[in-house]
Ligand binder design. Structure first.
Ligand code: ACO
Length: 429
């Protein structure tokens, strides 16, 4: 082996030397193959939070955190968000390729339409939840419960099964989110409408009065604005996939035990809920309300920097991005474009957010730590403008992330990966 492709580990207490192979990635830095580290050296690695550790090989997405680049299946997200619908992105992530023409795109989208309905038994489960439950709690339970209706996927086998498993999940997740929301406000459920697109149908299930009708005015029925549909479609695309983040890693870890894929995805939904991960989008809006006025931004930033205060600037910072999150850039522009096109954006929140960004990006604390706005920083302002209730921000993230989770569950099961089983540094008696 050419020693340029190895690293040598020297144990300074015994003088022993051990050589490890370097793994070439198609993009980005190399990785040390430490799979046999313990077997060959009798010592193991300690990496809390796995900041330097890869737990799998993947072809689904690539992130260059230094340069703020994100590719889904090799394609920059900026291109995808401009040219393709969210359902095309689902097809790309699951099958590895974009639909080759409009016909293929439409066929995939129509397949999803047929699968939107829920078994009535599953709908009864919602009735048991208290009204004030967080929709993320309802959602993870409902997705776990889906495994009881599609039990066969425990022994998932051929490519058609994998595809159907993923399509079912992607098609039903908006229905689950909408039903959990309607339950939380005590409104009757609105069943999916197969005549509508993915996003239109979701908005209908959230907003419609019983009977499927939207609001009436003297001018007639108020339709769902195509600008809203386009914006939400882009938001879903921007959240569709992001490598080995906490929720995707959870999905893969749980799948590694050989469990039902929907049980693994349900665990991922729980991981997403936390404020350090997808739950940050909800907290960003609370934060903007708390700041209240642009003139309070400087004082707020001082508090965030206080080491004796665990408080953090929500929507800022990222484990991998040490540059502007490319998704946040697209979202910031989307916010401004929507405002120009007449969608009413909360100007006060928008101004506060821009001021926070301006102050933070010129402050040594943030510069030294390379803390930039992440995907959650501007998404909440847009979702509010689309009249989405704050409690649904993280469930909306879950709808967007579903194709990514499905792609990883498929990749993980097919790879025949070993069960995830890290070690621990024992500090007990
Ligand atoms: N506000 C203030 N300080 C911060 C922030 C923040 N948002 N993020 C990181 N820091 C500081 C830390 O205090 C630490 O400072 P120190 O070196 O003086 O101790 C340093 O930056 C490094 O922070 P870590 O916690 O080591 O970074 P880590 O990679 O573990 O955490 C995380 C990343 C969880 C995203 C963090 O930046 C954070 O809590 N951000 C706010 C929550 C948020 O927006 N989450 C969404 C992330 S995107 C997503 O998951 C969809």
């Amino acid at each position: 082996m050419d020693n340029k492709n190895t690293v040598t580990l020297i144990n300074n207490s015994t003088g022993e030397k051990f050589e490890f192979n370097l793994i070439e990635c198609t993009r980005g830095p190399k990785a040390i193959d430490f799979g046999k580290l313990f077997e060959t050296t009798g010592i193991f690695s300690y990496d809390p939070g796995y900041a330097s550790t890869a737990g799998c090989k993947s072809t689904v997405s690539y992130i260059d955190g230094q340069n703020g680049i994100l590719l889904y299946r090799g394609i920059p997200i900026q291109d995808l968000v401009e040219k393709y619908s969210f359902t095309d992105i689902c097809s790309l992530l699951i099958s590895g390729k974009l639909p080759k023409d409009d016909k293929e795109s439409k066929e995939f989208e129509l397949d999803l339409r047929q699968l939107r309905y829920l078994n009535e038994g599953l709908i009864d489960i919602f009735k048991a939840f208290p009204d004030n439950a967080h929709p993320m709690a309802n959602l993870s339970s409902a997705v776990g419960a889906l495994s009881t209706f599609y039990r066969g996927y425990i022994e998932i086998g051929d490519d058609d099964d994998y595809e159907m498993m993923a399509k079912r999940m992607i098609a039903k997740i908006p229905t689950l989110v909408a039903f959990s929301y309607r339950h939380s406000i005590g409104y009757p459920y609105i069943y999916p409408d197969v005549s509508l697109s993915y996003v239109e149908n979701f908005l209908l299930m959230l907003r419609a009065f019983p009977g499927g009708k939207l609001k009436y005015t003297l001018d007639g029925e108020v339709q769902i604005d195509p600008l809203e549909v386009e914006a939400l479609d882009k938001i879903f695309t921007l959240h569709a996939e992001h490598g080995q983040n906490a929720s995707t890693t959870t999905v893969r870890n749980v799948a590694s035990t050989g469990v039902h894929p929907y049980a693994a995805i349900s665990a991922g939904i729980n991981a997403l809920w936390g404020p350090s991960h997808g739950g940050a989008n909800e907290k960003v809006l609370d934060q903007l309300a708390e700041i209240g006025n642009v003139k309070n931004v400087n004082k707020f930033i001082q508090r965030v920097k206080d080491k004796n205060d665990p408080f953090r600037l929500m929507g800022f910072g990222h484990r991998v991005y040490k540059n502007y999150d490319p998704r946040a850039k697209v979202l910031k522009k989307l916010k401004d474009d929507l405002a120009k096109k007449g969608i009413k954006i909360n100007d006060r929140f928008s101004d506060i957010a821009e001021k926070v960004e301006e102050v933070a990006l010129t402050d040594d604390y943030f510069i030294e730590r390379k803390l930039y706005p992440n995907v959650d920083f501007y998404s909440g302002i847009i979702l509010s403008a689309l009249k989405i209730p704050v409690s649904l921000f993280t469930p909306i993230f879950a709808i967007g992330r579903m194709p990514g989770w499905c792609a990883h569950v498929i990749e993980h099961i097919k790879s025949g990966a070993r069960i995830t089983r890290p070690r621990q540094v024992y500090e007990g008696k």
